[in-house]
Design a protein around this ligand. Structure first.
Ligand SMILES: Nc1ncnc2c1ncn2[C@@H]1O[C@H](COP(=O)(O)OP(=O)(O)OP(=O)(O)O)[C@@H](O)[C@H]1O
Ligand SMILES: Nc1ncnc2c1ncn2[C@@H]1O[C@H](COP(=O)(O)OP(=O)(O)OP(=O)(O)O)[C@@H](O)[C@H]1O
Ligand SMILES: [Mg+2]
Ligand SMILES: [Mg+2]
Lengths: 178, 159, 159, 178
């Protein structure tokens, strides 16, 4: 499976709708301090189902909603959308593949996952634009191998963690490979 | 299961030793169960000896050596069980020129089977990009994304 | 004594606000007692708002913004009570070009009354040097020091 | 007071005697990963009286003695020497200045502090080449203001500590300024 693009809208410093298309190979993101690069990493974690505000540098989850700046008013909702194309080998591997809601204008080998959070605290998960539960999203990711493994996302400044960890806390390395 | 873990452990040791030597241009490393008999519960010790140096406590390594050792271990896991996506946020921050070059080379190899998203301030890493995006905040506090060519990176205030 | 601490606190607040604004080229910051009445025992909260942004929990700041905020606080303490010696080991590792330039400028100013020893991989910081030393390991595992000119830094394998 | 030079001999990766002269202003140290730059910072901490092996990235203090490499045999001793010149204003401030051992070939406004550690575990402190106690060294530093304040030495990777610290652990900032 491949990620086609990620879209941020009202998520952290991305007040306006922003799309990043991901192609094959290496996508490099650059920019000055504080411009929003690590916020994009947070967006990936969040749309992939992250439940802990601390993992996104916050104390409360509503801190991911654009809170305003000297040039913008705050937003009422944060939304991140992930467009994924599923390649044929995937569907033959997963005989019990998640039954995706059929959507007339989307090919069945393409999936759009979205997560929303409103100021009210209400949150929404969508699969091909239909509301669903977090569980459905997580199952889809498990099937497609997109569940966040410990070594898939390396946060800024946390590269030394594995060396400083206690030996027992490094077990995930063999457990995830097994 | 015990056997699956044992196989994973053996594979990880071999792959880690290999990746470490590639990234360091030499030296040797190993990852070892704190109790060889107990693959189900024992912890993992990391042994790392950069080229030309004597084997010592891993804490005595330099900042850059520690980063490169961690990356070797993570990439080893990655090679054994690839993920569709890998995101690295300034993983090269403490690496010098030659280590960054080997790091960038390894990313390009791993990127054949995986989509990599790499955040960096380092020019050598930028040059390894298939696609380059710049994030800007022309309007204070509001992030925007622009597609870039290597020749344009000066303009947006990076390295 | 209570009065001495109160004076130190007031001085630190003012100096931190000033240094932060200098290093960030704007914005505002403050350091605040968790209990205004209790200067003898209360802890200190750090408030930091980079230019153009809204005031938020300090943890939401970027890696570079956090580093620059920490440096502002340390330099503020330094300006109020100078030490003969200050050693910075890769303090600029996460800073972009323009922040590194302001960091280097501030170091040169502080260096009028203090001897600074600065370890870096960054060219901008190197250019702020009055004296430049290169450390090499031509013979594996054995460090040597050589005096350098800026023009020679390529040769010893740095940025 | 000014530091004139620091000399490392058998300290960590500095197998052979190395001298760094410190002049006024900014001294910048550069070099590839693992070449020994942070070891110089450790040398300053050590000669200034650091007692904790952990603060020097070690588990035992004898790890600061050069342990050998593919091109060198191990050494039997680690030694760091700090040459300091005390400027006149200093002696009028400290009416009860530490009584320095007089040394014929050293001007009285110049001090040489040395610390040694042998494989046997024996350690030595010297003031102008005469053996003394750690206390004498620490008193001298207090008098000259060279005692290691929390903000005088910023170790690699530890810049974020002050922000991550609990509010109560940041009190040293006002206490050291007072
Ligand atoms: N909910 C929000 N609303 C508005 N701005 C936010 C929000 N959450 C975070 N920010 C801002 O985003 C900025 C941090 O962005 P980010 O961490 O992505 O920077 P970065 O590009 O990674 O920088 P660096 O190179 O320093 O690591 C902070 O200045 C913070 O104030
Ligand atoms: N007692 C010792 N004997 C020999 N070598 C040692 C000793 N203690 C530490 N070293 C070596 O010194 C090296 C670390 O040096 P140091 O931390 O100064 O590097 P550095 O120049 O700061 O690098 P970086 O740029 O990566 O931070 C390690 O490779 C370590 O093995
Ligand atoms: Mg960042
Ligand atoms: Mg170092």
């Amino acid at each position: 499976m491949k990620i086609k693009e990620i879209e941020l809208n009202g998520f952290k410093s991305f007040s306006d709708r922003t799309v990043l298309s991901l192609h094959d190979g290496v996508t490099v993101i650059v920019g000055p301090n504080g411009c929003g690069k690590s916020n994009i990493v947070d967006a990936f974690r969040w749309v992939l189902g992250e439940q802990s505000a601390r993992s996104l540098r916050g104390e409360k989850m509503d801190e991911v909603i654009f809170q305003g700046s000297s040039s913008r008013k705050p937003k009422g909702m944060a939304e991140v959308t992930l467009s994924i194309s599923l390649t044929p080998p995937q569907s033959k591997d997963t005989g019990n593949a998640t039954e995706l809601p059929k959507d007339d204008d989307t090919a069945h080998d393409s999936v759009v996952v979205a997560r929303r959070l409103y100021r009210s605290g209400e949150s929404d998960y969508l699969l091909n634009k239909r509301s669903c539960r977090l569980k459905d999203i997580k199952d889809l990711f498990l099937d497609t191998g997109l569940d966040v493994k410990s070594y898939s996302i390396l946060d800024q400044g946390r590269i030394g963690e594995i060396l400083n960890a206690r030996p027992i806390d490094r077990r995930f390395l063999i457990e995830e490979v097994a | 299961t015990r056997r699956k873990l044992r196989e994973a452990y053996d594979a990880l040791r071999a792959k880690f030793a290999e990746v470490f030597t590639t990234l360091f241009g030499g030296g040797r490393a190993d990852v070892v169960l704190t109790d060889e008999e107990n693959v189900l519960e024992a912890g993992l010790d990391i042994i790392a000896q950069p080229p030309g140096k004597k084997l010592q406590n891993i804490n005595l390594l330099s900042g850059g050596e520690k980063a490169l050792t961690s990356l070797s271990l993570l990439f080893a896991g990655f090679l054994l069980k690839p993920s569709p996506l890998c995101i690295l946020d300034e993983a090269d921050a403490t690496l010098d020129e030659s280590n960054t070059t080997r790091f960038a080379q390894m990313i390009r190899e791993l990127a054949r089977d995986t989509q990599f998203v790499v955040i960096t301030h380092n020019r050598t890493t930028m040059e390894a990009a298939d696609n380059l995006y710049g994030i800007t905040m022309e309007e204070p506090g509001a992030s925007k994304t622009i597609s870039l060519q290597m020749s344009e990176i000066e303009a947006i205030g990076v390295a």
